[in-house]
Write a protein that binds this ligand. Structure first.
Ligand code: ATP
Length: 252
């Protein structure tokens, strides 16, 4: 995690995304710059395109139109493996791919062929910081609750020591105490390691003291990109509610 706080790390230029050729656009003409060391919250009603945006940033999807740059270089110049070492996604419902927790935590590092001693040391560090109990190590996905899997998913992402961490509703199934601890660890990493964070979250009350920038998506469009200090949280909540009810009317 390098020290280039404030510099552009990711940039979207007029990016649109279709799920498949001829289908509706999920994202429309998004231009946006992510600065290194920032903590960005992506908010909006269900179906607004938040997960689709994270998928684009992690190359689980490719732009139908427009371009993505990583530090001013076209993202296409990086292989998917190179990109995903720097930009890591913690999904809302992490999959352990049939592995035990302890093996799943080391899996991305074994793909990188890191020495076993380093893998063990990194796992120990992050398991302690995120507070994953030893009793979970031998469990598989089916033996864990969604909240427990979310915690493992966050630890597995941090084990990779990314420059940009994308989190898709990472604490939606966690109790408030555990969620607050996760936010505190992420905040400290942002400060000490310059970790850049992009987080989709519906729990606005958790974001108020955490994020420094807010993106508001509405029906696939980036409607606001504001410093958190300038955000009127009540108005934002109302906007999300309004876009939710507009969608409901469209669907009925
Ligand atoms: N693979 C896909 N094929 C077709 N439509 C899709 C696909 N993935 C997502 N969509 C549609 O794209 C829109 C945006 O979905 P997305 O998951 O990005 O929304 P979201 O804002 O993350 O929603 P939520 O808050 O419910 O997780 C939705 O209308 C969804 O149905």
């Amino acid at each position: 995690m390098s020290d280039r706080r404030g510099q552009s790390i990711l940039r979207l230029k007029a990016v649109s995304l279709q799920a498949s050729v001829g289908s509706d656009f999920l994202l429309h003409n998004i231009s946006w710059e992510l600065k290194q060391g920032s903590k960005v919250a992506v908010v909006g009603a269900s179906g607004a395109g938040k997960t689709s945006l994270l998928r684009l940033l992690n190359r689980l999807a490719s732009p139908t139109k427009g371009k993505i740059f990583i530090r001013d270089l076209p993202a296409k110049r990086l292989t998917t493996t190179q990109l995903r070492r720097q930009i890591v996604l913690a999904p809302q419902e992490p999959k352990l791919l049939g592995m035990k927790v302890i093996d799943a935590l080391g899996y991305p590092l074994r793909l990188q062929k890191l020495p076993e001693s380093e893998i063990r040391q990194r796992i120990e560090t992050w398991v302690n910081l995120i507070r994953i109990p030893d009793e979970w190590f031998d469990k598989t996905e089916l033996q864990l609750s969604l909240g427990q899997r979310q915690l493992v998913g966050i630890a597995r992402s941090l084990v990779m020591q990314p420059e940009v961490l994308l989190l898709d509703e990472p604490t939606s199934a966690l109790d408030i105490g555990t969620a607050t601890h996760v936010f505190s660890v992420l905040g400290k990493l942002n400060q000490s390691q310059n970790l850049t964070i992009v987080m989709v979250n519906h729990q606005l009350e958790l974001l108020v003291d955490f994020c420094d920038r807010i993106l508001f998506l509405n029906e696939g469009r980036l409607e606001e990109d504001l410093p958190a200090n300038d955000t009127n949280w009540d108005k934002l909540r109302q906007k999300i509610l309004r876009s939710h009810s507009e969608q409901e009317q469209e669907w009925s």
